[in-house]
Write a protein that binds this ligand. Structure first.
Ligand SMILES: CC(C)(COP(=O)(O)OP(=O)(O)OC[C@H]1O[C@@H](n2cnc3c(N)ncnc32)[C@H](O)[C@@H]1OP(=O)(O)O)[C@@H](O)C(=O)NCCC(=O)NCCS
Length: 184
């Protein structure tokens, strides 16, 4: 299996939507109504939304690529958080948000997610900001374990709206290594 990781362009929008439609439901708690999940996919993860998001300043999407499809994706956002629970929990500022992180199920447990995370943390570090944070559903034990073994720690909680319901997330953060600024 040959994979590589590179930044998305608008040409990737349809393939990203295809990957997101498969992977977003995997991150939802078992009791989530299927119609709420589908509405979220249709509204927030369409090819049009991906094309618009990729073009936004401060938003970078990374693609885990196979020959014929996108096997996973992540998104790094340079906006400072505005959610009061998030601001209260974080110990690092300014900070990068790891806003999305999804890998197709046939790649789980095979190291692909670790490779995407390494590239994502490297990208976050290129911002020069000293830390990165994310939100993860408290019932998503696999993702919490994955993030923990990739350097994140739980620093607080927040709520995430899916349809008419609120879901509980953990807030996780990690410090990023300082980058020396070259004077050469
Ligand atoms: C989260 C995700 C990227 C991790 O990738 P992965 O290839 O599954 O990760 P890994 O196999 O390297 O690590 C998962 C760890 O969780 C463990 N695990 C698996 N199922 C678990 C469970 N139900 N409870 C606790 N730990 C679990 C695995 O044993 C492994 O830990 P280990 O390496 O110590 O044995 C991937 O599962 C995914 O894309 N999931 C669906 C989308 C998602 O939830 N994204 C996160 C949104 S915030």
């Amino acid at each position: 299996m040959t994979i590589n990781i590179s930044t998305a362009t608008v040409r990737d929008a349809a393939a990203l939507a295809d990957c997101a439609a498969v992977t977003f439901p995997l991150a939802c708690p078992p009791g989530s109504p299927p119609e709420d999940i589908q509405r979220h996919i249709d509204t927030h993860l369409s090819p049009e939304r991906f094309a618009a998001t990729i073009a936004l300043p401060g938003h970078t999407v990374l693609c885990l690529r196979e020959e014929h499809r996108i096997a996973g994706w992540s998104m790094v956002v340079l906006d400072q958080p505005s959610d009061t629970d998030v601001l209260a929990a974080l110990s690092i500022s300014p900070i990068v948000e790891l806003s999305k992180f999804y890998v197709r199920p046939d790649h789980h447990g095979r190291g692909s997610a670790g490779a995407l995370m390494a590239a994502t943390l490297d990208l976050a570090g290129q911002s020069g900001r000293p830390g990165v944070w994310l939100g993860v559903n408290q019932e998503n034990a696999r993702a919490i374990r994955f993030y923990s073994k990739n350097g994140f720690r739980v620093v607080g909680t927040k709520r995430f709206r899916l349809g008419d319901r609120f879901e509980d997330d953990f807030i996780m953060e990690q410090a990023l290594p300082a980058r020396s600024t070259s004077t050469a």
